[in-house]
Ligand binder design. Structure first.
Ligand code: EPZ
Length: 441
């Protein structure tokens, strides 16, 4: 058994090349979609991360036969989808948010579904009210019990008109995965339109789904009675790519991220440039984006996180580490999750000067402004970071702790690093390839 602690000798610039694979936040949903097909699906370039293992385990429990091909290829055969026991499913309770997305596909295949208590990162309340309301509107009956959710659809699932109170990624996926085989037409308003959602729509279209994405966040889905399997190469992981870009900046390094695509990262690249980072896009096959610190001072910025095409909430944490090195006062207003700045106290213990506020700083008021959440941060820089002992709080906050330790002077101990495997494939090997001095103790 490995020890869950990394000893990091900071202060070395990270230099070299790494590669990102299919986006975690698409791959896990595309895996769920395989349940809807009558024939096998093939997904390419799947990263070896824990979230993939969790969904794989859940699908196998429900009778999907899964086999591995070369280089991240996975084949899913849903010919014998069957019910799984509550106790077996409960083994996965608390380990991921993805199980909630099995509702629609299982209702279509089996007429009933059991979903255990959900997990995922603790970055806010993360309710599932939009999901349940949508499922009810399709005709599902939801019975909440202490062990989880039991769902049935005695009269089948029927197309509906539904307006999301907020463009939630998960709830949009819930509606898509349910509507594609529901009877009739579904119109979803105020839908999320993140690139991962558009890629899920592409996979569903390959299966035979009819989905129209209109302007103003409206998606119309014409239900079809059967779907086939897909063969799909996912979009690259733009969250991982941005994390490594920030690692290059904060360590004064130079990292080429093979597989990263400009089109998915335009908003990030604007901010990266405006604070003084340099990048170069190679859009030939097998290309990527090179990110580096060009020397000189980094500049402060004011930004808020938002749904696509805004600045992603998952880009925020590594960027804040870079902003500790920028000249002047930066403002970051987190508008997607109410508790996604907790990781900053550890950065302060390393010498950063970050003050969090309950107010909506920087202009636009958001949903959290009147609800007493510390969701705005002012970062004063540049600060010299020094080593500390850190405990990883969640996936993205954890990666930001790690890159702060890599930039800091001295030896840090980072506890709970296994959590990073949830979303970053082979991150220790990648660190080694980039010349970092980080070893398990
Ligand atoms: C997805 O989470 C991602 N996770 C998150 O990435 C990402 O940060 C988030 O989308 C936003 O882009 C996966 O794809 C597995 P939401 P999701 O529903 O779908 C509120 C990472 O590190 N809401 O868009 O759970 C919710 O509380 C992870 O890779 C409700 O109120 O996010 C939040 O404030 C972390 N009721 C907001 O909507 C609901 O029923 C956006 O959440 C659902 C959501």
């Amino acid at each position: 058994m490995t020890n869950d602690v990394l000893r990091v000798h900071g202060g070395l610039p990270l230099h070299g090349e790494i590669r990102v694979r299919g986006a975690k936040n698409l791959v896990s949903k595309a895996m769920v979609a395989t349940l809807l097909g009558e024939s096998p699906s093939i997904l390419y370039d799947v990263p070896r991360i824990r979230d993939v293992d969790v969904v794989r385990g859940l699908l196998e429990l429900h009778g999907v036969k899964i086999s591995d091909g070369p280089d991240g290829e996975i084949i899913f055969d849903p010919a014998n989808v069957e019910s799984a026991g509550v106790d077996e499913i409960n083994v996965h309770a608390g380990s991921s948010r993805i199980p909630i997305l099995l509702c629609g596909p299982l209702l279509h295949r089996l007429g009933h579904a059991f979903i255990p208590d959900l997990g995922g990162c603790h970055i806010g309340d993360r309710p599932i009210d939009f999901h349940l309301e949508a499922l009810r509107q399709f005709g599902a009956i939801v019975d909440k019990t202490p062990e989880g959710l039991h769902l049935t659809a005695p009269n089948g699932l029927h197309g509906t008109k539904f307006q999301l109170p907020y463009p939630s990624v998960g709830a949009t996926e819930q509606v898509l995965l349910t509507a594609v085989r529901a009877q009739g037409v579904t119109e979803l308003r105020n839908a999320a339109v993140e690139p991962e959602i558009i890629d899920l729509i592409c996979a569903l279209q390959k299966m035979g789904a009819i989905i129209k994405v209109s302007t103003d966040r409206v998606i119309e889905i014409e239900g079809v009675p059967t779907l086939r399997g897909y063969s799909h190469r996912p979009i690259p992981d733009r969250l991982e790519a941005a994390s490594w870009a920030c690692a290059a900046l904060v360590t004064h390094g130079d990292i080429t991220v093979r597989g990263a695509r400009q089109v998915d990262m335009m908003t990030f690249l604007n901010v990266f440039s405006s604070i003084g980072g340099a990048f170069e896009v190679d859009d030939s096959p097998g290309g990527g984006i090179r990110f580096w610190h060009p020397g000189g001072d980094l500049r402060a910025v004011a930004l808020e996180t938002d749904v696509h095409p805004g600045f992603m909430t998952d880009w925020q944490q590594p960027l804040v580490v870079a902003l500790t090195q920028a000249q002047g006062l930066s403002i970051v207003h987190e508008t997607v999750y109410e508790r996604r700045l907790g990781y900053t106290s550890a950065l302060n213990s390393m010498g950063a000067t970050i003050q969090v506020y309950r107010e909506c700083l920087g202009g636009t008021p958001c949903r959290f402004g009147r609800r007493n959440f510390e969701h705005s941060a002012v970062i004063a820089g540049p600060s010299k970071l020094h080593a500390a002992d850190l405990v990883i709080p969640d996936l993205r906050g954890g990666f930001s702790h790690l890159i702060a330790a890599l930039a800091a002077e001295g030896t840090s101990h980072v506890y709970g690093v296994d959590l990073i495997n949830r979303g970053y494939e082979d991150f220790e090997k990648k660190l080694a390839a980039l010349g970092a001095n980080a070893v398990r103790t």
